[in-house]
Design a protein around this ligand. Sequence first.
Ligand SMILES: [Zn+2]
Length: 385
Amino acid sequence: MVKITKTMPKISRIFLLGFLLNTLLFPGVISLQKAIVEKGELRLFFSKAFNKKNVNHFTLKSPHREIYDFKNTRIAHKRVPLGLGQNVRLAQNKANTVRVVITGYTSSKPIAYQPFFSNDRYHISLPKNSSVLPAKRYKKPKKVIKKSKPAKSHKYDLVVIDAGHGGHDTGAIAGRKREKDVVLQIAKRLENQLKKRGYPVYMTRKKDIFLKLPQRTKIADQKKAVVFISIHANSVPKNKQNKIQGVETFFLQKTRDARSQRIAERENKSVLKGTTRLSRSVIIDSVLSGPKIVQSNKLAIDVQRRMMTNLHTRYKDAKDGGVRHAPFWVLVGASRPSILVEVGYISHPKERKRLFTPRYQELIANGIAEGVDNYLNNRKKEIDL
Ligand SMILES: [Zn+2]
């Protein structure tokens, strides 16, 4: 599939890639909802996630000004103050460009970034001697955007749980058991486990229904999820059914490993309907680099480890298939750390029996929840530093 794009001229690939990514991930104009000064930074809050490539930074001379242009963005005027103290000015520079002007920098440079998990925000450091109006004055009366919170609270850490397949798409079938059923059961247990730990949860499906691929991943973005977890059960052809078993966690990345590729192919088949070959390969090419992969990898490691620790308390012979990466479509387009868990092999007679027991399902769900918790707590520590 990827070969098709390789034969295209580079320029059109880049163009297509940008176009597709923008239309897929960032449709429509973004509005700047709020601007405050906090902890020596100008903090901008947007209506939705955006690509930091949409920010154009440059400087103007005499007097020295640091300029940040936000493309495809409009100020929600009633809410956003146009001046924030003597160093910061905001303006609708062009119809679809918001300009931020920062003065007071002479020798040093501002630091600008999107905070972890908050692609709908943009922070710019202000000069040390910056005099600003107190942020409180500009607080919106109605709560729109989450504030920083103590490390233990996960009140705003929305987790999207995606039970694989559903409806006419049964997923793998073996011994008259269906993948779509076991993954929904585990997804519901995971929902409970996470809620117990104080996480808000969104389920892509709660019933036996079919969802198209964009419906699954778009939800993760729209709902401002911090992580996206897709749950599946694995399967191999009959001649191998007694040999292959175990639990594996995947994150999105191309792979040369034939086995991972086969698993991805099987899982991809059902979700790809309605997507053209070209758009598939362009999308996947575009998401194979960047910090999201690192984050997804870390999340996958935590989840896999906790699942195995849990399982081994009851099932000493549960096989640890480890963390792997493969190009799963369901993980493409989710702009959050995303993993796909293969909770066991429905094709393996012994494992199939276990998969449908409440005990096994609960151990898996508990393991995933612990992994998510561990991952997010560690992330928070890093952010706090
Ligand atoms: Zn599946």
